[in-house]
Design a binder for this molecule. Sequence first.
Ligand SMILES: *Cc1c(COP(=O)(O)O)cnc(C)c1O
Length: 390
Amino acid sequence: MSDTSHTSETAAFETLAVHAAEPRPAHGGSVVHPLYQGTVFETVPGQAYDDLQYIRLNTNPSQEYLHRKLAALEGAETALATASGMAAITTTLLATLGAGDHLIAAGAFYGGTHHFLTEQAPRLGWTVDFVDPDDHDAWTEALRPQTKAFIVETISNPLARVADLEGIAAFSREHRLTSIIDNTFATPVVFRPHAIGFDLVCHSATKALNGHSDLVAGVVTGSHEQVAVVRHVLNLYGGSLDPHAGFLLARGLKTLALRVRQQGATALALAQFLNGHNAVAEVNYPGLDTHPDHARAAALFDGYGSVLSFRPAGGVEAAEAILKALRLPYVAPSLGGVESLITRPAITSHAGMSPEERAAEGIHDDLIRFSTGIEAAEDLIADFRRALGD
Ligand SMILES: *Cc1c(COP(=O)(O)O)cnc(C)c1O
């Protein structure tokens, strides 16, 4: 198949999003890659088990098309789609760690990942050390002969902290650890972790990659060798993605750059508006030069993502009043969709932590997280202006 032969390696992301992995000439002349929903295909003599065309083995032609597209966008040799973001992360870890192995985990994690690492990892015989993402000495102290991998998120939730990602990739290489990064909050529009040496990149495609809040999927990208191991484990544990969800995801990917760039520009404008407002006590967005990781994000990223968080001046009561008064955003968790979403992490994404644990990480009860949609910036700012009582 001539796959990407009509897109050059230097093509801009916008071009790749539309054209990467699209066969030319197109199948049956169809501009849209056809959806193969079939579970099984005729065998070819001598085929190995993992190459049989069977839907759970991720060898359906629509699944393979999606893998090629995802690999091109993340700048990886190959990609694997999974049934959810959690399936991507847990299968990557299951493929990397065995009983008795040790994992270094830096910074704050998505609730599901944190829960998995604290509740399920011990059952699997893994030990996990949570370390400060900027403290190189702490990484070195955590290191043991059994240490196999290092995991981090590109942009933390909900404070939008950016760890020393280059340092973590280099440290992992130096100590022969598999470096794993959850790139959900950045998307490959903002940051491509393989370019600075990360081995395996995971995503919840439920968020911005799909972007339309209407499917659940995950992604793992990396080298042929490393993804093959993850794929083998995925095939056995069974967290494969249904081709129909993959078809919708491929459609979403074509507009990824447009969406993420607009969301980022609007998030920055809104963050600047909130930062100067007297009813707002604190704003967290890496695009603001007041953010502790602004310089790092500016050096590494192309944009700053769609998520910001803030604390109103009047505490939890004021936070609830703002959520009630806003007309455009839906009060709901999740992120990265075309519609703006707003939530209080203390009662949603971070409800599993105790108030003390949350406070220690700076996630106060009055903190509000905003996932910027693709609505016009002026309408969102006008909505906030009204909700803040201007
Ligand atoms: C949502 C999310 C996940 C989990 O993804 P699902 O698709 O819900 O399984 C993992 N990591 C991050 C950063 C997320 O935002």
